[in-house]
Design a protein around this ligand. Structure first.
Ligand SMILES: [Zn+2]
Length: 267
């Protein structure tokens, strides 16, 4: 117990540490670091001797709190309202939430759990797959973020984490439906990337860049009409609605018949 190695006197306290054997030369540096660590601890003289885990509010150790501290993860900082109060389909909200908590079954997480999987990103076919790589940094998906933001004349700095991106994704709009559409976009991109990644991983099926773009707009169309105050009926009208909001659909328009053809397959 702490009280056994603590000498309390008039001027405060001092540590009285003894070891079972003498220290070797190569252990002196560790010993000095140990003493420094001890002196950084503040002791409340007069209080009962007990141990507290500083990384948990209740002072009780848990693997979860330690793991989160290693990840530099602060749960209270997560924008949970933006996920659970965004009228998303529940499975999408769940994906986004687990994604932000670092719990999606990407390759790095599966390996941490002891599964044997190759470190391979199925989207860019080169880098190791982590959550933030897969959804933000990967060359195989970043073009989708770039194309959306470029069409809105917005330059963006590549953010480090997915939760930072959700926090940063804020814009002012005059009407609620335009705001709704904008807020659905990052969730929709994450959903389409995850779906395409799983098709490649489990089904050995790969969509082209154009098909992924089409999947994105079709999914956005479906989600928007499911929750909008004033739904935009018909795909053509929806694309017109997007054009009015300055979305660049030039890559879609030349392919509009093909786009419609995939509607039944994707949704
Ligand atoms: Zn990648």
């Amino acid at each position: 117990m702490v009280g056994d190695v603590l000498d309390i006197h008039n001027r405060g306290y001092s540590w009285n540490i003894t070891f079972g054997r003498g220290l070797q030369d190569w252990e002196l540096e560790d010993y000095s670091l140990f003493l420094i660590a001890l002196h950084e601890i503040q002791i409340r003289v007069g209080e009962g001797d007990c141990s507290r885990w500083r990384l948990a509010r209740d002072g009780i150790f848990s693997v979860r709190s330690y793991f989160q501290s290693l990840l530099g993860f602060v749960e209270s900082s997560l924008p949970w309202k933006m996920v659970w109060q965004s009228k998303l389909p529940p499975r999408v909200a769940f994906l986004l939430w687990t994604d932000m908590r670092g719990q999606v079954s990407t390759v790095d997480n599966l390996r941490r759990k002891g599964f044997y999987v190759t470190e391979w990103c199925y989207m860019c076919k080169k880098d190791g797959e982590t959550i933030n790589h897969l959804f933000i940094h990967c060359d195989g998906v970043r073009w989708l973020w770039d194309s959306i933001l470029a069409s809105q004349s917005m330059n963006w700095v590549l953010l480090r984490r997915i939760e930072d991106l959700v926090w940063a994704w804020k814009r002012k709009f005059r009407d609620k439906d335009s705001k709704l559409l904008w807020n659905l976009i990052p969730r929709c991109i994450v959903w389409c990337i995850w779906r395409e990644r799983n098709d490649r991983y489990f089904e050995d099926q790969t969509k082209t860049t154009e098909q992924i773009r089409e999947l994105f707009y079709l999914t956005l169309y479906t989600w928007f009409n499911a929750v909008a105050k004033n739904p935009v009926v018909g795909l053509s009208n929806f694309l017109l609605f997007l054009s009015c909001l300055n979305f660049d659909l030039s890559l879609l328009r030349s392919n509009i018949h093909m786009f419609k053809k995939y509607e039944n397959d994707y949704l």
